[in-house]
Ligand binder design. Structure first.
Ligand SMILES: Nc1ncnc2c1ncn2[C@@H]1O[C@H](COP(=O)(O)OP(=O)(O)O)[C@@H](O)[C@H]1O
Ligand SMILES: [Mg+2]
Length: 257
């Protein structure tokens, strides 16, 4: 079994104006090897974030299964889930709403340790300072509030927070879509470096094919809740099989990384 494996994930919501249900994710299966980056692309509304949230059990799937390092995520009880939470983290698209505006950066970064306890042998204050440096910010940031930072800096803070508990698997849900292209490119390169240094496994959600081609080992393409193509990132981006994938490629401009 792969390090991260989702099998036949389905999510249905009650239909708004009629009886029955709307299926927003339809039997999606994905597997990610340890240390690998899998891209997940598709137009807005295709179900990418829903898949991501189901994989972390932030929303309950209607059916399907998720395994993380051999552990049945959807079958885990309270204690099991608590143990899994620290190993799997997510960074969201919007770096503004993700940070509590009333908390200083120090408190924001310490919060995961306050909730889950610090990783064994880790001094949280020391780790906060070290991580801040690693994401390209200096210590003066610790006593400041989120509104004092640019979008790119806030996303760096989000990334540092996601790394506090030494997770092994990170879901990056359009982490640079809200940023200017050049700022986003720097954040992407930071993510690449962090992966190399820590052997992280990534699910990288994006609607930019060039970005996915640059960062990912493999890519999965979603359309209207379904997986329509999956394969080696260079192959899918350079020789897409599906007309839908070709449209996605045509729709995104070159990336200046
Ligand atoms: N809580 C919800 N209730 C009903 N429909 C939802 C809910 N959350 C998401 N959806 C619908 O599911 C579809 C997929 O959404 P999402 O996973 O956010 O797509 P993406 O991340 O690819 O843009 C969309 O049509 C969205 O409107
Ligand atoms: Mg989304």
């Amino acid at each position: 079994m792969a390090f991260v494996e989702a099998h036949d994930l389905v999510k249905e919501y009650p239909a708004k104006n009629a009886a029955g249900a709307v299926r927003v994710v339809d039997k999606v299966s994905l597997s990610i090897a340890r240390g690998e980056t899998l891209g997940l692309v598709g137009e807005s509304g295709s179900g990418k974030s829903t898949v991501a949230r189901m994989m972390l059990r932030l929303i309950e799937p209607t059916s399907g299964s998720v395994h993380f390092d051999g552990v049945d995520v959807l079958g885990a009880g309270r204690a099991g889930m608590h143990a899994l939470r620290r190993r799997m983290q997510i960074v969201f698209q919007d770096p503004y709403s993700a940070l509590n505006p009333r908390m200083r950066v120090r408190q924001i970064l310490l919060e995961p340790c306050a909730i889950h306890g610090a990783p064994e042998g880790v001094d949280p204050q020391k780790r906060v300072r070290g991580l801040l440096r690693e994401v390209g910010l200096d210590e003066s940031a610790l006593e400041r509030y989120p509104h004092e930072f640019s979008g790119g800096q806030r996303q760096r803070i989000n990334i540092a927070r996601a790394l506090m508990l030494r997770p092994e698997f990170l879901i990056l849900d359009e982490p640079v879509s809200a940023l200017d292209v050049s700022v986003g490119a720097q954040v992407v390169n930071l993510l690449r470096d962090l992966q190399k240094n820590y052997g992280l496994t990534y699910l990288f959600i994006s609607h930019s094919m060039p970005l996915v081609r640059y960062l990912c080992d493999r890519v999965a393409v979603m359309q209207k809740g379904r997986l329509v193509e999956i394969g080696d990132a260079l192959e899918v981006c350079d020789c897409p099989r599906e007309a839908y994938t070709q449209q996605l490629i045509a729709a995104t401009p070159e990336m200046p990384v």
